[in-house]
Write a protein that binds this ligand. Structure first.
Ligand code: C5P
Length: 227
């Protein structure tokens, strides 16, 4: 049986998005990066001055904000997709250090997760999707046809993130990036609801020392083995 729903989870900057996008393009599937939804709510909360511990206000924001993810068409700035809230393009606004440092607090609130998980499930039910995040194999799509858990050492993940920022011409501080990744891993894996963890039936892939294409090849092999 062909895998129609593919779940990819793992810690920050493990390569989930670049690998997931390449895999989806190869298969002709939809690529859906669930992290953008948590990031969008976080961006709006920061802009509107909503405190990061105000579960009620953050929950209402998550329940009432329509986040639209579209193909990157017409942009050549290296984006994987375009994220819109209304007519506003927030694709790059989601990638600031402020959002990085705040998103795991927003994502820990059960009411926020409930609202965003419901939207993610609706998209997953259509099938032919590669969905990436932290809780896809455990909570959002526990019945996914195949589940991968991508991992890499914190130092390698920080180096990849650093290289990405430099390539985009942004300022980057390796030590600050490493500290942020470690802190987000800690918050994401210790929260009470839907913590980051490998589903028992997820295939563990250590991507340390591998290029994106090598990881994609490995996942395609693993997919083939199950067809
Ligand atoms: O994947 P990305 O780094 O963009 O995710 C940003 C944050 O969103 C994560 O650190 C995590 O707190 C949250 N997240 C989540 N569940 C998901 C995807 C992302 O809690 N499925």
């Amino acid at each position: 049986r062909k895998a129609k729903t593919i779940a990819i989870d793992g810690p920050a900057a493990a390569g989930k998005s670049s690998v997931g996008l390449a895999l989806a393009q190869h298969l002709g599937y939809l690529f859906f990066d669930t992290g953008v939804m948590y990031r969008a709510i976080t961006l709006l909360a920061l802009e509107q001055g909503v405190p990061l511990d105000d579960e009620e206000a953050l929950g209402v924001l998550a329940e009432t904000t329509i986040i639209d993810v579209q193909p990157p068409a017409g942009h050549d700035d290296g984006r994987y997709y375009t994220v819109l809230v209304g007519a506003r393009d927030i694709t790059w606004a989601l990638r600031t250090p402020q959002v990085d440092a705040s998103v795991s607090y927003v994502a820990a609130h059960p009411r926020v997760r409930l609202a965003l998980t419901a939207q993610q499930r609706r998209i997953g039910q259509r099938g032919r999707v590669v969905m990436v995040g932290r809780d896809i194999g455990t909570v959002v799509m526990p019945d996914a046809d195949i589940k991968f858990y991508l991992d890499a050492s914190p130092e390698e993940r920080a180096r990849r993130r650093y290289d990405e920022l430099v390539a985009r011409g942004q300022e980057a501080d390796y030590d600050a990036i490493l500290a942020d990744l470690r802190e987000r891993d800690r918050l994401d894996s210790t929260r009470a609801v839907a913590p980051l963890r490998r589903a028992p039936d997820a295939i563990y892939v250590d991507t340390t020392g591998l290029s994106r294409d090598e990881v994609v090849e490995r996942l395609l092999d693993l997919l083939g083995a199950r067809e």
